[in-house]
Write a protein that binds this ligand. Structure first.
Ligand SMILES: Nc1ncnc2c1ncn2[C@@H]1O[C@H](COP(=O)(O)OP(=O)(O)OP(=O)(O)O)[C@@H](O)[C@H]1O
Ligand SMILES: Nc1ncnc2c1ncn2[C@@H]1O[C@H](COP(=O)(O)OP(=O)(O)OP(=O)(O)O)[C@@H](O)[C@H]1O
Ligand SMILES: [Mg+2]
Ligand SMILES: [Mg+2]
Lengths: 168, 149, 149, 168
């Protein structure tokens, strides 16, 4: 199971619809300070089910939607979709017959939030379940945020326990 | 689950020592339980870079802490590979020699796992299979561009 | 002391905007009091990099936060120069362009102040007046050596 | 007032007596990860009066004294001395007649700690007073520890207040 592509539109600093293709192996995202690299990490965490905006460096839902620049107006909605390949059949049984699965998430300024799995409306719970057993669901060892690499070393012994439980 | 946890703990521990030695070019590292009962106790990290005495991991330098954490993350990876992984500027505290060792190991892991790394380090960019450039030519608006090194 | 604090606050604020613009090559920055009474209130930072809307500083990127903090430290320096200053890898989160701007400004401040900087960045090393190398040829034992770039 | 030189002996990873000369302008300390660069910053903070070892990345006094390597035995004492030039007369009146002032601090494994100002025994209080008005005394803006540069930005508004009070 890999990420085949990620599409962001109206999410944080990406007002234009932008499609990132991720081949297998190593993809490096590069660019100057403040250009939007870590926002891509936030987009991935959000679409796979992160529900606490404080973990996405925001205070509320409005921080996830493009809030304008000197030349553009704020947008009314943010959407992110991720396409995962499933050739190793690691996704839960429900999705066994699909070679690819697309998960999409939208949020409106009004606060409404929608999920779609392969274009069929779904709930947050369905998305969290989809990822829970793959090792991606919880945040400890597969997605390392900026400045957090030392966390595992400076954490308390009990906090490291969660990591073990996840890998078991 | 006690049994499974115990097995996973042993598995990670074996690999942690190996990966630590690869990244530090020597030394040793192990995980220890803080109590007798696996289900009740936390996990301590005991490690020492080559030639140094075993010590409290809080005395490690900024770069040594980062490299130890990377060693632990990579050893978990070896037990339970994650379908994909995202590393946001984990190479920032490392000196040139350690960036090189990190890159070599990442390249090996990337045979079976997909990695997305964010970096300002040219050596890490050169090692990647594909590069995605982000710019804000229009201030405040992120755009994807192709990058030539 | 209310008067003195008020004056210092105004002095720092004037310079903070100037220094921020130098380091970011534009934009604006100011300090605001959280309440009416200076003695009771805290200090908010309101800033925006060039071309971006004014926003909550928590939305800034890692590099933007570091550069904003450096701008504030340098503006305090301009009001009340510290006899000496030690900066331990403050350039680590910055990209090449911002490292260059940081170095230029540091060089200017160093006319009247003494700086001791720890860095892994070659550009910052080249800009320094003197280099002190530390090695552990004998593992676990730090020694001072001369360094040629 | 500048730092003219710093001498460390038995402090953290410096078992050998080592003298650092700091000309005016910019001195860069360079070297591989773990070689002892940040230990020099700890030495400066300690000799000017830092009394909480947790602020020096240690748990107790024994973490300040060289505790051995594969080839050397632990030492019984750590000493650091700093020589400051005083040509701008910024030091308190007591030291007006001196062109240089040397502050020295020693600690023994037994826990005893000694201070000397220009080779005359002194107390922690005397050292703290010596530095308090120079802007060096408190830790906020003149000594920035590794990984702490963003502190001023991520701190709470009340915490930033201390910085203003110091500069006033
Ligand atoms: N809701 C939003 N609307 C518009 N812009 C936003 C929004 N949220 C964040 N941003 C912008 O995104 C920028 C930060 O982007 P990000 O953290 O991804 O930078 P980065 O490329 O990781 O930089 P660094 O190399 O410094 O870590 C901020 O400057 C901010 O202006
Ligand atoms: N009391 C002590 N006795 C012996 N060695 C010590 C003592 N305290 C710390 N050390 C050693 O000092 C090393 C850390 O040094 P320091 O933090 O100065 O490294 P650094 O040069 O700043 O590295 P980096 O570039 O990674 O930040 C540790 O590896 C530790 O072994
Ligand atoms: Mg970032
Ligand atoms: Mg250091």
């Amino acid at each position: 199971m890999n990420i085949k592509s990620l599409t962001v539109h109206g999410f944080k600093s990406f007002p234009e619809r932008t499609i990132f293709a991720f081949p297998s192996g190593i993809s490096a995202i590069v660019g100057p300070n403040g250009c939007g690299k870590s926002n891509i990490v936030d987009a991935i965490r959000w679409v796979i089910g992160e529900h606490n905006t404080r973990h996405l460096r925001g205070t509320g839902l409005e921080d996830l939607i493009f809030n304008g620049s000197e030349t553009r107006k704020p947008m009314g909605m943010a959407e992110v979709s991720i396409v995962l390949t499933n050739e190793d059949g690691r996704l839960p049984a429900l999705y066994r017959n699909f070679t690819e699965v697309e998960v999409k998430r939208c949020v409106y300024r009004s606060g409404e939030s929608e999920f779609f799995i392969n274009k069929v409306p779904a709930r947050l719970k369905d998305v969290v379940e989809l990822f829970s057993d793959t090792g991606i669901g919880r945040r400890t060892y597969s997605i390392i945020e900026q400045g957090q690499v030392g966390w595992l070393v400076t954490a308390k012994p009990e906090q490291r326990k969660a990591m073990l439980e996840e890998a078991a | 689950t006690r049994e499974r946890l115990g097995e996973t703990f042993e598995e990670i521990n074996k690999r942690f020592d190996l990966v630590f030695q690869r990244l530090f070019n020597g030394g040793r590292a192990e995980l220890r339980l803080t109590g007798d009962d696996l289900l009740e106790s936390g996990i301590e990290i005991v490690a020492s870079p080559p030639g140094k005495r075993l010590q409290n991991i809080n005395l490690f330098s900024g770069g040594e802490k980062a490299l130890t954490a990377i060693a632990l993350i990579f050893s978990i990876f070896l037990i339970k590979p994650s379908p994909f992984s995202v590393l946001d500027e984990v190479d920032a505290p490392l000196d040139d020699v350690n960036v090189e060792r990190f890159n070599m190991f990442l390249k090996e892991l990337a045979q079976d796992n997909q990695f997305i790394v964010i970096t300002h380090n040219k050596r890490t960019m050169e090692m990647a299979d594909s590069l995605l450039g982000i710019t804000m030519e229009e201030a405040g608006v992120s755009k994807l561009v192709t990058v030539e090194l």
